[in-house]
Design a binder for this molecule. Structure first.
Ligand code: NAD
Ligand code: WQD
Length: 337
């Protein structure tokens, strides 16, 4: 059964391609390599013994998307990861984000709505909740006005898919990820941030390896036990496995609604200082960090209520924060080694 994975060479996409191939799915990975490298295909094939079909396509090019569906007429499901994801860059250049994250989605859906019974999975984000009133966050928490153009593309994306599902054969799962971290335990694939990382864990590993001098901890005056902000860090392999389960649910038509939403997190919140302490433990070294002012747009706390994913999807994150950090550290050491 052929599954199209857009952004299939990216961080979460590549780990999901591995899990799909492990479950016997035939994968067509599409990527324009704007934030990834063709070498990722070798990592995937070393782990699984199989290279996915790869199509280097920019999904902003409508004709290329049309040609893709002319070439492959038996696509049963689509997992749509391809997007630009840097929050700060989206504030600087909103049109780039609206073009890449919205146009590509629209072009894909235009092709998919012509097909019988399509299963569609969308990479959404906990950013849609903004600063939720109640922790842990359930899927029923209200969607807040977007903090950034990037966040807005996720909200609009969810709405577009919901509108199209109402009038087509598309069934969809919207997966709201919390904070994905880590790398495959084989260290064959992992995260490859371009330039200076904006996210906490790649910044930590790059500091520990000596690529950055010091980690800035953005604020210790939050209303949290140690004053630093709290997030729900989830191992990327756990996240990848959830996609396979969600896909199987759609393919078996087990979905109750045409569009279902699931939070993907561990259910446990960790503060920035707790992440640093856990990292120091697994890497057996002190991390050079200093407390600085808050980063604009940051929220105090976000962690998932995972009851719906646990019971309805039948998925639960397995890895601890320490295991995830250990894999991120092993990956950093490998790519700089
Ligand atoms: P990533 O940048 O590693 O992967 C995205 C992939 O899509 C890259 O390989 C990139 O080259 C490709 N791509 C981008 N635009 C494309 C286009 N126009 N045509 C074809 N390919 C294109 O990012 P990721 O961390 O793997 O994120 C995957 C998805 O998950 C994104 O939609 C992202 O917004 C979402 N998400 C990520 C996080 C996170 O913290 N990593 C959190 C929540 C949601
Ligand atoms: C985590 C915590 C920072 C870097 C972002 C996006 C969100 C989602 C995930 C895609 C925060 C602190 C960070 C540093 C620090 N992506 N931090 N020093 O902000 O929760 O979410 O990525 O959908 O949309 O907004 O993740 O990893 O950037 O930060 O102190 O150098 O670490 O302030 O409290 P965030 P993050």
């Amino acid at each position: 059964m052929k599954i199209l994975v857009t952004g299939g060479l990216g961080f979460i996409g590549s780990h999901t391609v591995v899990e799909l191939q492990n479950e016997g799915f035939e994968v067509i990975a599409v990527d324009n390599l704007s934030n990834s490298s063709e070498k990722v295909l070798d990592g995937i094939s070393t782990i699984t013994g199989k290279k996915p079909i790869f199509e280097k396509i920019d999904l902003r090019d409508k004709a290329s998307v049309q040609d893709l569906f002319k070439k492959y007429t038996d696509i049963a499901g689509v997992i749509h990861f391809a997007a630009s994801k840097a929050v700060g860059e989206s504030v600087e250049n909103p049109l780039l984000y609206y073009e890449n994250n919205i146009n590509a989605l629209v072009y894909l859906l235009q092709e998919l709505k012509e097909l019988p019974n399509v299963s569609f999975i969308f990479s959404s984000s906990c950013t849609v909740y903004g600063q939720a009133e109640k922790m842990p966050i359930t899927e029923n928490a209200s969607v807040q006005p977007a903090i950034s153009p990037y966040g807005n593309t996720k909200q609009i994306g969810e709405e577009i898919i919901t509108d199209v599902a109402k009038v087509s054969n598309i069934s969809a799962v919207l997966l709201r990820y919390f904070n994905p971290i880590g790398a495959h335990p084989s260290t064959e694939i992992g995260e490859l941030p371009l330039g200076v990382p904006q996210n906490l864990v790649p910044f930590i590993t790059q500091t520990a390896i000596g690529l950055r001098e010091q980690l800035s901890v953005y604020g210790n005056d939050y209303a949290t036990p140690d004053g630093t902000a709290i997030r729900d860090y989830i191992h990327v392999v756990d996240l990848a496995k959830a996609h396979v389960i969600a896909l199987q649910r759609l393919l078996k038509r087990q979905n109750v609604e045409k569009v279902e939403i699931f939070n993907l997190g561990t259910g446990t919140g960790s503060s920035v200082l707790e992440v640093i302490t856990a990292f120091e433990k697994v890497s057996n070294q002190k991390l050079n960090y200093k407390i600085v002012g808050r980063r604009e747009g940051d929220i105090t706390s976000a962690y998932a209520n995972t009851d719906k994913a646990n019971t309805v999807l039948g998925w639960k994150a397995q890895s601890s924060l320490e295991e995830a950090l250990k894999s991120a550290w092993k990956w950093e050491q490998k790519i700089r080694g």
